[in-house]
Design a protein around this ligand. Structure first.
Ligand code: ADP
Ligand code: MG
Length: 293
């Protein structure tokens, strides 16, 4: 194990031996690509870490993994490495900006979800080692939810569906909600509208989607937040820095902070949405047997 991994393990294990964390696993998904999932995941992770929550981000958009690029991070390992070369999860996780712990995606594997049973077992075993370590684990997923990636999403405690106000993005987001609802009616879903021109547009987009889910699926979907279109997001991407740290007082950062208050408030309010062990149980069930929730 590298020095970095040993340090990380020590940091993570030290304080929590007596009070293990009740981890909430949140998948960030969308129907359409390029709607802002990775930027949201990275900055939300940093914001939660800044609030004192121990937070990890897993880049599960394997093949198109880019969290390390967004953060300008040189990583010494990644999820593909962990699966292919049987490396420890402690070895591949890096401490990124703002104290966010990062598992980069890596390349060379087109689809993490087409793993052999042995590799799936490896993956679940490594994930199980994180029991009690984090307050939040965020999964930054690829677009769409029709592959096996679906299993990771369905195993989570909660799903955030990101959409922009574009009609194509909204219809794709609805399709994802429907898909998830049919497989896991009890899975908590919330909508994040990104890149809205005005707060009114953001609210209306979210409410329309919410209404459609209620009317056609009888599903209650929470409207988490609307983040504005903000030129500082692209500027931060170009600088390979998270916008929350590079431009903390701009509209996107301010809206994200309000959004995170809600996310954190929810964790405190809903302390009983299933344990980490239940998450691991579902993940194994899905990955190894194709069953589950
Ligand atoms: N709130 C925003 N305001 C302006 N541009 C944004 C915003 N969110 C995302 N973007 C732009 O969209 C691009 C794609 O975002 P990304 O997070 O990579 O999407 P995804 O992970 O869904 O594919 C970013 O590089 C950025 O330029
Ligand atoms: Mg992405």
């Amino acid at each position: 194990m590298s020095d970095q991994a040993q340090n990380l393990r020590r940091v993570l294990e030290h304080k929590d031996r007596e009070s293990p964390k009740k981890t909430r696993v949140i998948s960030v998904v969308s129907g359409k690509g390029g709607v802002g999932k990775s930027n949201f995941s990275v900055n939300a992770g940093i914001g939660l870490a800044q609030k004192g929550y121990k937070t990890a981000l897993f880049d599960l958009d394997i093949g198109m993994a880019n969290v390390d690029i967004l953060l300008g991070l040189q990583t010494s390992g990644d999820i593909v490495d962990m699966i292919e070369n049987d490396r420890s999860i402690w070895d591949i996780m890096e401490t990124g900006p703002g104290g966010l712990h990062i598992a980069a995606g890596g390349s060379g594997l087109n689809d993490i979800f087409e793993m052999t049973p042995e590799k799936k077992e490896r993956f679940s075993r490594q994930m199980a080692m994180l029991d009690g370590v984090f307050d939040y684990i965020l999964f930054d997923m690829g677009a769409g939810a029709d592959r096996d990636s679906f299993h990771f999403i369905l195993s989570s405690h909660e799903v955030i569906i990101v959409t922009t106000p574009e009609p194509t993005s909204i219809t794709d987001a609805y399709a994802v909600i429907k898909h998830l609802h049919l497989r896991a009616p009890d899975l908590g879903c919330s909508i994040l509208v990104n890149r809205s021109e005005t707060s009114k547009e953001g609210k209306q987009t979210g409410e329309n989607l919410q209404r459609a889910a209620k009317r056609f699926l009888k599903k209650d979907v929470d409207l988490l937040a609307a983040l504005p279109q903000d030129k500082h997001v692209l500027q931060a991407v170009k600088k390979q820095e998270p916008f929350l740290l590079a431009f903390p007082y701009t509209p996107a950062s301010k809206a994200l902070q309000t959004c995170l208050e809600r996310v954190a408030g929810r964790k405190n309010a809903e302390s009983d949405t299933g344990s980490y062990k239940q998450f691991i149980g579902r993940l194994k069930e899905f990955l190894l047997k194709g069953g589950g929730r």
